[in-house]
Write a protein that binds this ligand. Structure first.
Ligand SMILES: [Zn+2]
Ligand SMILES: [Zn+2]
Length: 153
């Protein structure tokens, strides 16, 4: 049972990589960390956290970003858009909701690393963390998101 209008479609700037979301997101985030500021070229990154089985990717991608063994930033080989991240937790993937065909509904449920927040950056998040949430924070995050998180439409 889900109130998500699935599938959701997304693509990179040039359109050569297409993504389809077929499972309800687990939570949504904004991250203010310095790495996200540099990766996006913006004030913060936005994330739709999904079960890895719920993200289908078509088109050529390559690893970029931090090149860490436990964190794989996937990019379009042509326009170099940052598409999604995996490797940080078994069975999970973080995709960039700004790439959705319709991103107009998106408000992150939680924001992380507010210690690095730029003075003018406002996200609309309902929950804030100075650092990154730990494993123990996730049950409450998932429940809060399921009840109060923004949805398409
Ligand atoms: Zn970050
Ligand atoms: Zn592209």
């Amino acid at each position: 049972m889900t109130d998500w209008p699935l599938p959701l479609k997304a693509s990179c700037l040039c359109g050569q990589v297409k993504m389809t979301i077929t499972a309800p997101p687990i939570c949504t985030f904004a991250c203010h960390c310095r790495a996200c500021q540099k990766l996006t070229g913006g004030a913060y990154s936005l994330t739709l956290m999904l079960p890895a089985t719920g993200l289908k990717v078509e088109g050529e991608t390559e690893i970029g970003g931090l090149h860490r063994p436990e964190l794989h930033h996937h990019f379009c080989t042509h326009c170099k858009n940052w598409l999604y991240t995996d490797g940080f937790a078994e069975g999970l993937v973080n995709m960039r909701p700004t790439l959705l065909e319709d991103a107009s509904w998106f408000i992150p449920y939680a924001e992380t690393m507010t210690t690095d927040r730029l003075p003018g950056a406002q996200t609309g998040a309902q929950v804030s963390f100075d650092g990154f949430p730990g494993e123990a924070d996730f049950p409450a995050l998932m429940e809060g998101f399921a009840r109060h998180g923004a949805r398409p439409g």
